[in-house]
Design a protein around this ligand. Structure first.
Ligand SMILES: [Zn+2]
Length: 315
């Protein structure tokens, strides 16, 4: 019997976007670590013969100095998706015109850099709105991947704010929905179709633990791994078993920081797992990948979306 599908995606958040959201000085010069992390992740995936989806930020794609590095993603057979232009987790506050411009600008920049126009979208910080979904449907997107069905979003936000002392009251207000709301925990785990004024749009949620709805993405596993690697692996094994037992196909989320450590940058130590060296983190990430690929067939999100659409067409 073929293994069930698991789609894998990496949000290519850059150094500047983390500094910006966290209210740190210096983001305005757009510091970047793409030249370190992109080749490292491409090699890691190639060694495992895996292809995934890379959600790219338009502002980075618009920089000619990034073009070679971003083109290496599509050249090696991966999918590229749209992760907004300015990476502002308050995208849900944008007007329809602003959303339209944000999407169009990013599509053009990504196509120019990589040679491929994106047809999948993930909002920065899991931000989305009915207007956004409608604009995505109108622009012919194959899927949205902005929902994160967990009850723990507000807890992650509290932790984040506790370390972000530089934010003003207004800046905190904008970030009020960062990582989502408690009610997001009631959102479905399985893919479904949004009905928007411009037509249907497939939603592929970021998978969380079936029933408990606690996060299972790699950054969270690395956070647990900071306390105990055995615990992180046990937790991951439970998640994979629960997904298999409930017939839940996975859509697993990755971040650049899953592959980086304090030896790569010392400006992101407000992330718990960024106090550890990259080599140590990569050992655990490799083990987590081995566990995943022995239980699931890993594909990029676009292929997952095509498989879902084919199945629902047969019903
Ligand atoms: Zn992001």
């Amino acid at each position: 019997m073929p293994l069930p599908l698991a789609s894998l995606s990496l949000d290519l958040d850059n150094l500047w976007s983390y500094l910006k959201t966290h209210g740190e000085a210096g983001w305005e010069t757009y510091p970047s670590y793409l030249e370190i992390v992109v080749p490292r992740v491409l090699d890691f995936l190639a060694a495992r013969k895996l292809r995934i989806t890379w959600f790219i930020v338009g502002k980075d794609a618009a920089e000619p100095k990034h073009h070679d590095i971003l083109r290496s993603i599509t050249a090696r057979g991966h999918e590229v998706g749209n992760h907004s232009f300015n990476h502002e987790p308050w995208l849900h506050l944008y007007s329809e015109e602003q959303i339209e411009a944000e999407l169009a600008q990013t599509e053009e920049a990504i196509e120019l850099a990589t040679g491929v126009r994106p047809t999948g979208f993930r909002g920065p910080g899991f931000s989305f709105s009915p207007t956004l979904l409608s604009v995505l449907a109108r622009r012919g997107y194959q899927y949205d991947a902005s929902t994160f069905p967990t009850f723990l979003g507000p807890l992650a936000r509290l932790y984040y704010f506790a370390t972000a002392r530089g934010l003003s009251k207004e800046e905190r207000e904008k970030r009020k929905k960062l990582f989502g709301r408690i009610t997001d925990g009631f959102r479905p785990l399985r893919p479904y179709t949004w009905k928007t004024p411009s037509g249907p749009l497939l939603e592929i949620p970021v998978t969380t633990m079936p029933i408990a709805k606690v996060p299972i993405h790699v950054s969270y596993l690395l956070f647990l791994g900071g306390y105990s690697r055995t615990l992180a692996k046990l937790y991951w094994r439970t998640a994979l078993t629960m997904c298999r037992a409930t017939g839940t196909e996975l859509s697993l989320l990755l971040h650049p920081l899953d592959f980086m450590g304090c030896d790569d940058t010392d400006r992101l130590s407000f992330f718990p797992a960024m106090k550890r060296p990259s080599a140590e983190k990569l050992v655990l990430v490799a083990e987590l990948f081995d566990m995943l690929t022995s239980a699931f067939t890993v594909v990029p999100m676009g292929e997952h979306a095509t498989a879902i659409a084919a199945r629902s067409g047969r019903k």
